[in-house]
Design a protein around this ligand. Structure first.
Ligand SMILES: Cc1cc2nc3c(=O)[nH]c(=O)nc-3n(C[C@H](O)[C@H](O)[C@H](O)COP(=O)(O)O)c2cc1C
Length: 214
């Protein structure tokens, strides 16, 4: 039987982090995907960088400067212990990246967290940045797309977009952790959501006991 390790080395996931609150969900997911031996294509929106700076203690090398993409990729690779070639960060307009075409994009994409703006762009097929284009590709190719919206309350626009995406086969997995696991820390609440995403991706996880397990 194929070992888990062999299986996961083969899996590539596109991870888009947009500018909704809850950057920690996306960063924790990144670290879990790397730990599970996945290859990760990472896409950060401009607003995501602002949210990361606002909500976390992580100081990403600033974007928009010479070599900044490579610096950010190196920084995140070191922070989360990525192996050589395991993590690739693409720029927001890299239309030549594998995620921008159905001929080369991975089977699974997660947008975590997903802003209302990004949800709207995907629902309307705007494709104005690489997250939106990669999601558009996932939709047209009928590939796995998981979005993790974070907003409260939801407007009719948000709800309509989520329904539209659901009807297209997208998994809408809101960043609303359950409290029945008796979380002690914020990290436990983050892991609640990340565990659900890893389950959707069919990756093993033991971030928390499952319902019915002690
Ligand atoms: C600290 C911070 C928190 C934010 N939280 C949310 C949020 O929870 N949900 C949301 O839809 N937008 C939120 N926004 C606004 C988005 O970042 C903004 O609409 C942006 O244009 C989204 O762009 P993007 O989808 O390309 O990342 C937040 C912005 C900041 C700076």
């Amino acid at each position: 039987m194929e070992s888990n390790k062999q299986q996961f080395q083969a899996k590539t996931v596109t991870l888009g982090i947009s500018g909704a609150s809850g950057a920690q969900y996306g960063l924790r997911l990144l670290s879990c995907l790397l730990a599970a031996d996945c290859k990760v294509y990472l896409l950060l929106s401009r607003a995501a960088e602002v949210v990361i700076a606002t909500e976390t203690n992580i100081v990403l090398p600033p974007s928009g400067q010479e070599n900044s993409l490579q610096q950010q990729q190196d920084f995140l690779s070191e922070l989360y212990g990525a192996k050589e070639g395991q993590l690739t960060l693409f720029s927001r307009e890299d239309w030549f990246s594998p995620v921008a075409s159905g001929s080369s994009s991975p089977a699974s994409m997660v947008i975590c967290p997903a802003s209302g703006g990004t949800l709207s762009s995907i629902a309307s097929g705007a494709s104005n940045n690489l997250i939106e284009r990669a999601a558009d590709v996932a939709l047209k190719e009928r590939r796995q797309l998981i979005v993790v919206p974070r907003e409260t309350p939801y407007s009719e626009v948000h709800l309509e977009n989520m329904l539209k995406l659901t009807k297209m086969g997208v998994v809408v997995l809101p960043a609303s952790p359950g409290f029945y696991a008796k979380a002690d820390t914020v990290e436990d609440l983050i892991d609640f959501i990340v565990a659900r995403i890893l389950d959707q991706l069919d990756l093993p996880q033991d971030l928390m006991p499952r319902w019915g397990e002690s």
